[in-house]
Ligand binder design. Sequence first.
Ligand SMILES: [Mg+2]
Length: 235
Amino acid sequence: MLILFDVDGTLITTHRAGVAAMGHAGRALFGPHFREDLVDYAGRLDPLIIRDLLTAHGQPSDEAEVGAFRAAYREHLVRVLAVKPCPAQPCPGVVDLLEQLHAMEHLTIGLLTGNFPETGRIKLEAAGINVDRFRVCAWGSDSPHEPPAREHLPEVAMAHYKQVHGRGIESEQVVVIGDTPHDISCARAHGCRALAVATGIYGVDDLSAADLAVQNLTDTEGIIAWLTRQAAPAR
Ligand SMILES: [Mg+2]
């Protein structure tokens, strides 16, 4: 079984440090009028967010420009997360849940996130979460198609699983855990189960398309029981 966690709003909250760092990066590159609030962030891929930000400011958004923005974003993210108290914190229940899942045999935990690998790692480490526990990762820059989309990432994660374990995994054995409708639809696109958690900007009612939607991940026992049950739900 493969359990794939989203990062922002699911494993951790950074109190919008990522968005703030995008703004600082934009102002460093393009001047004081750059505004980070012109695009949607929740559940989206960072390469697409950066393209949208560049386009919204009349800038070209080819690979070189996105790459330059990505580097500036990383630099500012480190700075924004260095303040005390750190704005990055684990979401309720996450630390215990990861601890227990990590100890379970026949179960692999991974990441499926819109973050770039370097900035996703920076955020998780700032929140005190050991990134090396996630043996399978599909990052926001891993989509093999153009335009990139979150819907491509379960396939990337399943291919990575095969590399790590030397055998493949069926999509019914994969669970995607996330805090937005994008997380649910990317699971649906591949026949994976979707567990939605209302610790981001969406409430439980907004996430009812998931197989299970919960307020937070504090019911460790109940969540593990749901995750590890063998049959996919009949819906
Ligand atoms: Mg999220």
